[in-house]
Unconditional design. Sequence first.
Length: 482
Amino acid sequence: MIMEERSSRIPAMPEGDYLNDSERASLVSTEDLSLLNRWNIPEGVPTPRLYERWPVIGRSHPKKKRTPSVDIRPIILPPVGIAAIDKRNGHDQQESTEIRWSASRLHDWLDCPRKGWLKHQLKAAEPESFDTDMDGKLRGILVHDVLALTMAEVMGFQLGDINDHQKCPNLASAGLSLPEIMSIALRHALQIAPWLAREDAVASHRRRRMLGLTLEELNEWEDGDGESPIILSGRLGAMLTREMGLTGSGVLSMEWELKSSKGDPSIINVEPSIEFPEDSWSFGLSGRIDRVEILPQKDGWQRTDGKAEVVPLDIDKEDNDPSLRHIIIREIKSITGPDKGDSGKRHRKALLQEVQLALYARAWELANPGDRVVAVGVSEVGEGTKHLLEVDTSVLSEFGEELTDESTEIVAPLHRRRGESHKNPSSVPFRAWLRYRLEVSGRVADAASSGQVNPTPSAKMCGYCPVKMPCGLDSAFKGGFA
Ligand code: SF4
């Protein structure tokens, strides 16, 4: 009842360039933020980076125009004055709880604090049913693991280790042909997923989609020495073929486990900014980065005028680059299709809705003094493979298909530092985005630790929520802003 009443107070057609303060106070759902909606800013309306107020929440405008939003989560609902409900939403908690974070745990709390609490603190998630996307999960594990194992074997390093000497910086420089590399990948695929060699119809379908092989072709290869060069198509074949073209960087590590520079568990310290010297956050983070790469410099892999010190979070456009090495962080995500118009969607989500890329970028910088992350992105592995990179253009100006299939500048019109003037802001937008995603993470972690577990139901989120049964609010949300 209360959620329904709160939802009904949301203005259906707000006015102004972006939502005003009282409209923002009515927000009850992450869906209202429309973080992923394509924007098309009306003429004369400044982008969020140049808008007087910041951060802003966008809205729809006539003629199919829309202003963009900047993430303001966590959405914390004020007390409603009913003791039992306020207590359940965490409004009277005295002691904070320590939570060890991972990116996926933070994503659950970002989606909905009640989901985070029910799933991770109360362990109330329903067991996964068979109608969930099993095929998608299997595909994801397979492409991810096969690529990592194949690259580590071919390039001569262990998963999680640093390929520091860079004798073999990428797959193409290993001196093996594509069919030879595909043969190694096929061996790993069959070890991870022996069912790929089964006869039934499901296996046959998956084998074709993943490897592009019939059972006869696979048996023939296995009946030989199981090592002969082979041509694969399907997802794995397309991924490896594209991989051979990524020659513009050196792979530093695959599956790098987050840790401090001394090898201790990773702590993300979000240092205060010039604008807010009192604000800082600190929280522990576990996880593994799919892939870390290094960019070549004029004479080797290091810049000559950098320092081996942790690169500051805040860098302005006129500042000298303080770094020794330039780093790329990529996450590999298996996607369906993609359908027409969906290419790049997963990358966009990772930048604007999730925090994993930003957290991993900063975790790497903190653990590796002198390293500056200058591009992050999602490698979308579907029917084909597309490597996308969001680029810090204050450092990287030229790049081609030897580094990425598409470079994006999605965050540049959206971000400046909190408190920075809107008149000609001096921050490097990529660094301002990085800082802001860390601040969002810090605020979510603080809210969770202090017991803020209010629901933020949304039509999209509740439908797939693994705790919707114990929650009971999945039908409360009636839609958001226009
Ligand atoms: S069903 Fe909806 S409101 Fe309830 S926990 Fe899940 S996402 Fe939150």
